[in-house]
Each structure stands twice: as structure tokens, then as C-alpha cells.
Design a protein around this ligand. Sequence first.
Ligand code: SF4
Length: 492
Amino acid sequence: MAKRISKSQFMMGLQCPKRLWLYNYRKELIPPVAPGTQRLFDEGKAVDELSRGYFKDGKLVAFDFRQLQHALKHTAWLIENGAKLIYEGAFCSGDVLIRCDILKKNPDNSWDLIEVKSSTSVKEEHLPDAALQRYVLEAAGLKIKKTWLMHINKEFIKRGPIDPKKFFKRENITEQTTALLPAIKENLEKFLELLAGETPEIGIGRHCSEPHTCDFRGHCWKNVPDYSIYDVPRLPWEKKNLLKAMGIVRFADVPDTFDLSTAQKLYLQVEKTGRPAVDKPALKAFLGTLQYPLWHIDFETLMPGIPLFDASRPYQQIPFQVSIHVQDAPGAEPRHLDYLASPAGDPRPGLIAFLARNIGTEGSLLAYNSAFEAARLREMAADFPDSAPPLNNFADRLVDLMAPFKEQAYVLPEFRGHYSIKVLLPAMIPDMTYAGLPIGNGADAQLAFAAMVAGKLNPDQAAKARRDLLVYCGQDTLAMVKILAKLYAAAG
Ligand code: SF4
């Protein structure tokens, strides 16, 4: 029997026809939705709901995908009965089902289609998405005058209640969708034919992660060895594909003569010999830049698409927690300071006051990937001008502990070409691990604090989340202390 495909399935097919096929016939291979992904879904839903304030007083087709027939009938009824603004309208033409975020009727009885995205710009993949909707609407008999992409305005700054007219930006994508209509028809036919056949033969490649990470990576990538050509930092896909065509997948099997960058050649040498690469002069030069007392610092942040606090923008990283380990001299026992904001209200004023009270006027601030901490300090300085002098001073004093690893002054075979602190730590300090921590990475920390802010945790859960957050962030800066000690030892 012929299959029906939805808009999201059509987009899967564009990314990789095998993904579309597996989605239809091997759903059991899809891993459970990760909490971080669920949060993105929830945020997308909240953005859709907010967008309805841009065009007010429309009729909502509330039936979800499990009640599709009701949704189709309700939409048809609304159109027959003269609705002028419809949210979540459902349409079916031939073998394709779509839901439209907003449909707005014009005085000449034509309609404008408005697709809402929680991004801050129009992206390439949004165009076929909107073009497919237009194709189905026109096939269903609606005259579509204009097609719009409505996305979040990244310049928006929250000051009081959010006005959707200022929060969103609309871009007219009618021309782009017109150009795509013939390809929509062709692709639909191709996908429907594909679904009537066997699993398509498609190898792994760039399409497995662009434009979205595919749910079937666990299946299609299961035979890729642990340290493969796909793990080599900044190796272009053309070269990966060339190596694959040569039958080479393990990084260790790449010939010494293969065209690699200087950095990649060093990774290859470390992998093949199993010996570390340590550049003592470079390490000494780096360590010579540190001024004591040394403030090992790490922020945890929240990044809401719809700003929660005044004086913040969409997707701005809002620091809610900081951990600091202070050392008065190289190798000295560190003191620990930390701050975790209350989930009620803007976390930044309390955190800024903590920083100003506790960080002295002397010494370097050491962060792992210090560009992140610098950006947060400068943003807070801009958003809270009264606190700008100390915050800018802290940013000026930052030194990046990631630099010697990024610049390959210290490379262990276990790093496998990576230099995130989560990769470094088990290789350099085996007795310190994030495994088993209830909160073991920044994304988990963000989720935990977001749940506290949203009031989703009972008092016991909230108290536990606070304890887990403090342990996690403290571990990050203690790890930096220990990693730095290893660098001093390696520098000799
Ligand atoms: S993992 Fe890659 S090859 Fe497999 S279905 Fe997904 S995109 Fe296609």
C-alpha cells in the first residue's frame, strides 16, 4: 500500500533517502529522545505559541498528529466557514500531509503562508520545508500569494513583557519557494517510489550530521572503528571520502604520505607511535604567562530562546553558576569558592556581586576555552553597566588553559585529536572522572537549572539538583588545577 509522508519525513528524505526509509520501516532503531533534544522541542513549541501573538485572534486546529483526521476535518470546516487566520491548519494532498504554523487570508481571498522557526535567521533547509507546504496548499486548492519565514529577531532585548511584533522578524521567501516547486514534485515522487522498495544503499557521510544529526547514526555507523578518519579534526569531507574510497577507515592506517595539515600529521604520528608529543619550550612559554594568585574559573549558563530576564537577548548565555579554585603560587593547595544563583529571578546580579566581592585585583584568571568566559563577562558588563569596570578587568586578565592543547604543545595518544576537558581529564588524571556524576556535562547542568527555574522540581529534587550542580562545576575547576600541575611537570 502506498505510504503517506509528512513534512518532517520529506525533510528527512532530502537529508538522506535512507533516513526516510529507516524512519518508516525501522523505527525501533531510533534512540529515546534525549532530555536536551526534548527541551529544544518544548522551546520550539513555545516559540510557535508566542508567534500567534504576532497575528492575533486566529483559529487554532488543536488536534495533534494522533488525531489527524479530526485535524483535517476541522481545518476544512474553518476554511469553508470563512476563517481568516488559522494556526496549525492540517492539509493533505495525494500522499503528503502537512501542518501550517499560520495561514492568513487576504482581502482577495488568497492566503499568505507563514512558517515559524525558532532560529534567528532563514536557513537553507527552511526553504524546501516552506515550499512543500505551499505545494500541498496549492494542490489542495488554496491560492498562496506570499510565503513568509518568521524567525526570532536576534537583536531583540527583553524589557518587560515580550511583544511578539518586536520579538519576531518576517522575511518574504515567496520567490525562493517558487523556484523550488518543481524540485518538490520530483522529490515527492522519488520518495514515494523509494518507500515502495528495499532499503536504499547509501553510505555514511557529511549528510549524517548536516543539517541535523541523524537518528540512525547508531545503526549506520556501528562498524566505524573508535578512532577513525571521521574523528580527525578539520579533515575536509573530500579527504575523508577519498580515504574511504581507498579502503582506509582507521586513522592509524592513513599513509604518512597522505596530504594532511601539520597538526593532523602530529596527531597521526602520536597515534601510530603511541607516544605523547610534548613541546617543552611552548609549555614553558605558556606557563610563564600565568600570574599568581591564579583564579581557575568556570561558568555554567542557561541559553533560553525566549529571554527569561530583562536586559537579555534570545539565546544569550546567562551565567547562573560559577566555580573558582584559587592558587597563591604554582603547586599551592587551592581554595574553593562557588556561587549558584537562586532559580527565582535573574541570576546575573547575584553572580556579578559574588565575582566582584571575591576575585582580587591581582593575578590571572584561568579558564578552559576562555573565549566563552570572556564573552560572558563582557556581555554582563554591557548589560549591567554599573558593574562594567570589574567585569571588563576580569575579562582582560583571562588566560586560556586550552591553548597549549589546541596548539599541540601537549598531546597524548588517548586524546585522539580532541582537546575538550572531558577528553583530557580521564587521560591525564585517571582518578578524576565525570562518569557517574548525576550532572556530568554543561548540557545536563543547563537542563537541571532550567527545570528549577520552571518550577518543575519538588523541594527534595531541587535540593538534590543544587548539590549535583555544585559538585559538577567544582569538579571542572579542580580538574583545571590538576591539569595545570601536569603541564608544570611536563615542562620540566
Ligand atoms: S546515519 Fe547517515 S546514512 Fe544512515 S540514515 Fe542517517 S543520514 Fe543516512
